[in-house]
Design a binder for this molecule. Structure first.
Ligand code: UGA
Length: 448
């Protein structure tokens, strides 16, 4: 079995490599020569734990190849996956499909035997049908079907998610295409992973609905956390007890500084746009988008409020700038909102992230980058945990305290407990676990 993967971004590279692990011959194609050259030299352009080992193994086994040549890359492929980017258009949040359609146009004249063209990128409802129309128009004689096959990979856990998914969703009306897709996912099929066969439109919507629902769950618990702070309740206990109800489930109920990343922000925006376009407004999702934006800004306000509204001349240390741990991705991360707001309010910012510094440097100015958490603490007036990297979970609070100007820890991921931090003599502000002082509330409203 041979498949081709167009696009060696996050989804394409992880999926292509994992298909090779299934024993399939995979060629990954990208028109970015620099990227392909890197991959040919064994360099991985993204940070994803475990991916380097798999790429090396599959390349050595001859099952995973990389090329810039589309014709060579798709030769003999039973399925051609389109895994190119679909960035949100700046003007309106619509997913930009130009790369997807371009790939379809380029593939069309090169098709020989029966092939399934698979859209793997996250695309609005109707895209698979449009891809089919484009290919048919470009090459009326081509024998092919189009299937939608969205991915549900989490950055940082993508290989595990690919190898042991909760479900595989395949959207096509063609039985012939279904057979090919069953062969592609044969190892999972044998493992009894649920394979959901639906129409392309349904498959496309499943992806958006899943991401939007998870974003809604997070936003819901974040607002409950606000209420916990005002009432003296504890959000971790609320979410744990809620999660024990099997109908609710405990995952994605961790309150924090707001969701970020390359998926939830983009996909919620796109779903809201799809709703408007089809005259079925997704008002809950629209509200989630607004609430999450406010939440990220609110994190900066909380830090400023901790200084009674004035951070001028203060040094704030930031621990973690990626949108979540185990990735170097900073897209739509809370740090992108928090750091500039602190700087605007007159604070000096020091920061450390185990992986994301290089990416973050493209967005930040005048941040004093450090090589570890202790150097960030050195001379800082406050330390803020924005990302729950494992190495921040067991810091020597004693050493941190000795280095700081004043012992103030703002833990926006709730990775410490009130008792342990306060026992070390810190002032501790976390999420949804203690009442905010009434005077802080007033400052909070006024700040920024
Ligand atoms: C998300 C989905 O989880 C994947 O299933 C999907 O395939 C992917 O988007 C995609 O569409 O490609 P990802 O963006 O990698 O994956 O990250 P998540 O682990 O879902 O986290 C997203 C954001 O939510 C992060 O900022 C994280 O800190 C935040 N989050 C997550 C919370 O604040 N609380 C939680 O309980 C869970």
């Amino acid at each position: 079995m041979r498949v081709a993967m167009i696009g060696t971004g996050y989804v394409g590279l992880v999926s292509g490599t994992c298909f090779a692990e299934f024993g399939i011959n995979v060629t990954c194609i990208d028109n970015d020569e620099g990227k392909i050259n890197k991959l040919l030299n064994g360099e991985i352009p993204i940070f994803e734990p475990g991916l380097d080992v798999l790429v090396k193994r599959q390349t050595a086994a001859g099952r995973l190849k990389f090329t810039t040549d589309l014709k060579e890359g798709i030769a003999g492929a039973k399925a051609i996956f389109i895994a190119v980017g679909t960035p949100a258009r700046r003007e309106d949040g619509h997913a930009d499909l130009s790369y997807v359609y371009q790939a379809a146009k380029e593939v069309a004249p090169l098709l020989n035997d029966y092939t399934v063209i698979v859209t793997k990128s996250t695309v609005p409802v109707g895209t698979a049908r449009e891809v089919e129309r484009i290919i048919r128009e470009e090459n009326p004689a081509a024998e092919f079907d189009v299937a939608s096959n969205p991915e549900f990979l989490r950055e940082g856990a993508a290989i595990e998610d690919f190898m042991r998914p909760d479900r595989v969703v395949i959207g096509t009306d063609s039985e012939r295409a279904q057979d090919v897709m069953r062969q592609v996912y044969r190892p999972l099929y044998i493992n009894e992973t649920p394979i959901v066969m639906v129409a392309p439109e349904t498959s496309e919507l499943i992806k958006y609905a899943s991401n939007a629902f998870l974003a809604t769950k997070i936003t819901f618990i974040n607002e409950i956390a606000n209420l916990c702070e005002k009432t003296g309740a504890n959000v971790q206990q609320v979410s744990k007890a809620m999660g024990l109800d099997g109908r609710i489930g405990g995952k994605f109920l961790h309150a924090g500084p707001g969701y970020g990343g390359s998926c939830f922000p983009k996909d919620t925006l796109a779903l809201a746009q799809i709703g408007i376009k089809h005259n079925a407004p997704q008002t809950i999702v629209e509200q989630v988008i607004t609430a999450n934006k406010n939440r990220q800004e609110d994190m900066a306000k909380r830090i400023i409020a901790a200084f009674d509204g004035d951070v001028k001349g203060k040094t704030i240390g930031i621990l973690g700038v990626s949108f979540k741990p185990n990735t170097d991705d900073v897209r739509d991360a809370p740090s992108l909102v928090v750091v500039p707001l602190l700087q605007k309010a007159g604070a000096t910012v020091k920061a450390y992230d185990p992986e994301a510094r290089e990416q973050a440097e493209k967005h930040f100015q005048n941040v004093a980058w450090q090589n570890n958490a202790y150097d960030v603490a050195d001379g800082a007036d406050a330390l803020v945990i924005l990302t729950e990297w494992n190495e921040f979970r067991a810091l020597s609070l004693q050493e941190i305290k000795e280095k700081m100007n004043q012992p103030l820890l703002l833990d926006f991921r709730n990775i410490y407990t009130d008792a342990e931090v306060k026992a070390k003599g810190f002032r501790y502000i976390s999420i949804g676990r203690q009442e905010i002082r009434p005077d802080e509330c007033a400052v909070l409203k006024a700040a920024v």
